[in-house]
Design a binder for this molecule. Structure first.
Ligand code: BES
Ligand code: MN
Ligand code: ZN
Length: 501
């Protein structure tokens, strides 16, 4: 898909389709008004006859509008003018793109980027439009033998901006949007890949491939033999029941020379989580292929970062592993010695994410990190608390928490903070080991983060629980590509890149 920006007047456009907004009830946007005038009130007459009310997401495709140079005009309902918010803006763009893609326009000039969205500038509107476009065009069909593709797909879209002065902001928005969307696609592709193909070795392969594409990226794979040497007793125990070797991929992006401390991103990479001996119930168990969503998100963000060529140092760690029941599997009651030396009594083998992450979080101390963010589909409790809309954010460092919340707000990839008070730590007490891996039913997301916090004392740390946000269930099942957008925004902000006006 090719994107560009320009600043032109609607009646001068000569394109396969020109896209303009109509507000509810039957009110033309400024651009639609201009088209209406030169077409001799063709559009307003249609509205008067009731063809389009202007409700958000309504579409009306017109052909051969009098005096208009473009072949088609697509009228897009934008709802009430004062109520147009960020979510609606993205939805309108997505719907527009699917409509264009299915109705034969291979190129279009879109004026929706000029709509007023409260508090948002041209940079934001164009970037979101690029991301929403790429999101709605995504499909995972590499394993289908018959691929359905539109006969005349949309190939080129021009977003119009109100003034020439805003062109540079629009261009930057396209670059950033494309890099983020590319990372999101990488994330979706690996996350959607089935667990018989996407195992820890497959994750490691993706990590290595990134290094072949970018000079500033190198990858090191830690295998089980090296994990033994490192005494990663907890991580190794979780993979014990699987025939697929646990592999931890360490991706280094050097964008700022050797003197600058790295930002470290750690992603949970359970390529399948059956629960192990504490086996999960059968319903929707297939969705546990998405238990590597954290690793997929980190891999996606590393891709975006490399494409943006940001002047910072970042290390991404994919904690690859598979949790299976087997004669060699670890069991409830086992006491594990973690790489940190602390001991853990296993009360439920399905609370495995924290057991692989804790050793990875100890491992990354060696990088003397500026900060560490781990990303994990860690708890079902997070889905109960926040649903599919917000990622759970927990942190022991307020400035870092605020930085991440800002990035989520800017990118539209929402997160919500939960407390991490010491009061919750008691739920992890064990009679036999330093603590257990299970905090009981109450506050499951928080006690999981409490567990991790016992391994992150040596640096600034935040934890993202993406259990509810990483994938969609139901008819439209699939990876969402979250939280690539938020993470990349965080890195953009950290590297001091200018964005809007
Ligand atoms: N990967 C799951 C968490 C999960 C469950 C994410 C459902 C998304 C949807 C994790 O490994 C897990 O099984 N967690 C347990 C923890 C419990 C045993 C303390 C959970 O949330 O039930
Ligand atoms: Mn589990
Ligand atoms: Zn899991």
């Amino acid at each position: 898909m090719e994107f560009s920006v320009k600043s032109g007047s609607p009646e001068k456009q000569r394109s396969a389709c020109i896209v303009v907004g109509v507000y509810e009830p039957r009110r033309l946007s400024a651009v639609a008004e201009q088209l209406d005038e030169i077409s001799g009130s063709y559009i307003s007459n249609l509205l008067r006859r009731g063809d389009l009310e202007g409700k958000s997401g309504q579409m009306l495709l017109l052909h051969q509008v009098p005096n208009i140079l473009s072949e088609r005009v697509l009228l897009v309902g934008c709802g009430k003018e004062r109520e147009l918010d960020e979510r609606q803006y993205r939805q309108i763009i997505s719907k527009t793109i699917s409509t264009l893609n299915e109705t034969g326009s291979m190129e279009a000039v879109c004026f929706l980027s000029e709509l007023h969205v409260k508090g948002r500038d041209t940079y934001w509107k164009v970037r979101q439009a690029v991301e929403a476009t790429q999101d709605s065009l995504y499909s995972f069909n590499s394993l289908k033998t018959r691929k359905e593709e539109p006969r005349r797909p949309l190939r080129k879209i021009v977003f119009n901006v109100p003034t020439r002065r805003e062109l540079p902001f629009g261009e930057r928005a396209i670059n950033h949007g494309l890099a983020i969307a590319a990372g999101i696609n990488v994330c979706k592709d690996v996350a959607n890949m089935p667990p018989n193909i996407c195992n820890p070795a497959y994750l490691a392969e993706q990590a290595k491939q990134l290094a072949t594409k970018h000079d500033k990226v190198s990858t090191h794979i830690v295998n089980e033999a090296e994990m033994e040497e490192l005494a990663m007793g907890s991580y190794l125990a979780v993979g014990g029941g699987s025939v697929n070797e646990s592999l931890m991929s360490v991706i280094t992006y050097n964008g700022a020379g050797d003197d600058s401390k790295p930002v470290v991103l750690v992603g949970k990479g359970l390529t399948f989580d059956s629960g192990g001996i504490s086996l999960k119930p059968g319903e929707a168990m297939d969705e546990m292929k998405y238990d590597m969503g954290g690793a997929a998100g980190v891999l996606g963000a590393m891709n975006s970062l490399a494409q943006l060529d940001l002047p910072i140092n970042v290390i991404g760690v994919l904690v690859g592993c598979e949790n299976m029941p087997d004669a060699n599997a670890y069991r409830p009651g086992d006491i594990l010695t973690t790489m940190s030396g602390q001991t853990v009594e296993v009360l439920n083998t399905d609370a495995e994410g924290r057991l692989v992450l804790c050793d990875a979080l100890t491992y990354v101390e060696r990088f003397d990190p500026e900060l560490v963010v781990d990303v994990a589909t860690l708890t079902g409790a997070c889905v109960v608390a926040l649903g599919a809309h917000a990622t759970g954010l927990l942190s022991t460092h307020n400035p870092l928490a605020h930085e991440l919340l800002n990035a989520s707000e800017q990118s539209g990839d929402r997160a919500w903070r939960l407390p991490l008070w010491d009061d919750y730590q008691d739920q992890l007490e064990s009679p036999f080991a330093d603590f257990t891996n299970l905090g009981g039913r109450a506050a499951g997301t928080i006690t999981a983060a409490c567990f991790l916090s016992k391994f992150t004392k040596k640096y600034h740390w935040a934890h993202l629980d993406i259990a509810g946000t990483a994938w969609r269930s139901g008819a439209n099942k699939g990876s969402t590509g979250r939280p690539v957008s938020m993470l990349t925004q965080f890195l953009l902000n950290r590297s001091g890149q200018e964005q809007g006006e």
